[in-house]
Design a protein around this ligand. Structure first.
Ligand code: PGA
Length: 246
């Protein structure tokens, strides 16, 4: 994957409704068509609304669709789950795996890697989330915590993935690490997985800090939760991404 490229991932989590998803996808698609940038925006709505988003986007749009999670199996007796081939069938080209909100439900590193393999097998690009807890951060154990999560990722059968570095304590808290700390974590991740790995930052990214965060060395984009719900903040973050590409 191309280092100079920028990815913005809009993770809506369990928010929105069909009408909002449709309107947002249509407007974001238009914003991107105008921008014609070296930026990929991936919209990850709740899975029941993927069809609404896809219909609003249309085939040729630069706006991409993503799932928020997938199962490691392709099909079977897994009530409530969604498989990677199903997401691909719905028009997704990306899927988030290993988000800390999923890991908090008991998902292990092995589970996350199995999901990443399933995603790649289905032709999707997994966005693999990793990050340290507040206790690990405060104990100065960020690199060690990341290393534990990186070992199984380094053993994946392919490298067609993105990494999202998301300190758990920065998610939805309006707190972010310093630019130096973000750069250090990204350097550490690249040293474990290879310098060609594209690493996004996630955790309280918004219109006010977007330019600074996207300007940090080795940051290839952002995974945005709360601020992605408003089209105006996404447009502002997209403008920051444009500057990065210049
Ligand atoms: P936030 O969420 O931007 O609301 O902090 C980020 C995430 O959970 O991916």
């Amino acid at each position: 994957m191309k280092q100079a490229h920028t990815w913005l991932i809009a993770n809506w989590k369990m928010n929105g409704d069909r009408a909002r998803v449709h309107a947002y996808a249509a407007e974001m698609g238009r914003a991107l068509a105008d921008a014609a940038l070296d930026v990929t925006v991936v919209f990850c709505p709740p899975s029941p609304y993927l069809a609404s988003a896809r219909d609003a986007i249309g085939e040729a749009s630069p706006l991409k669709l993503g799932g928020q999670d997938c199962h490691a199996k392709t099909h079977g007796a897994c009530t409530g789950e969604v498989s990677a081939p199903m997401l691909a069938d719905m028009g997704c080209s990306y899927v988030i795996v290993g988000h800390s909100e999923r890991r908090a439900e008991g998902e292990t590193c092995a589970d996350v890697c199995a999901k990443a393999e399933a995603a790649m097998a289905a032709g999707l690009i997994p966005i693999i989330c990793i990050g340290e807890s507040r206790a690990e951060y405060e104990a100065g154990r960020t690199r060690a915590a990341l290393s534990e999560q990186l070992v199984p990722i380094a053993a994946l059968s392919a490298t067609d993935y993105l990494i999202a570095y998301e300190p758990i304590w920065a998610i939805g808290t309006s707190q972010t690490p310093s630019s130096i700390e973000i750069a250090d974590a990204h350097t550490h991740i690249k040293s474990a997985l290879g310098s060609e790995t594209c690493v996004l930052y996630g955790g309280s990214v918004n219109a006010a800090n977007g330019e600074e965060i996207l300007g940090i060395a080795h940051v290839s984009g952002a995974l945005i939760g709360g601020a992605s719900l408003e089209i105006s903040s996404m447009r502002a973050i997209l403008a920051c991404a444009t500057k990065r590409g210049m």
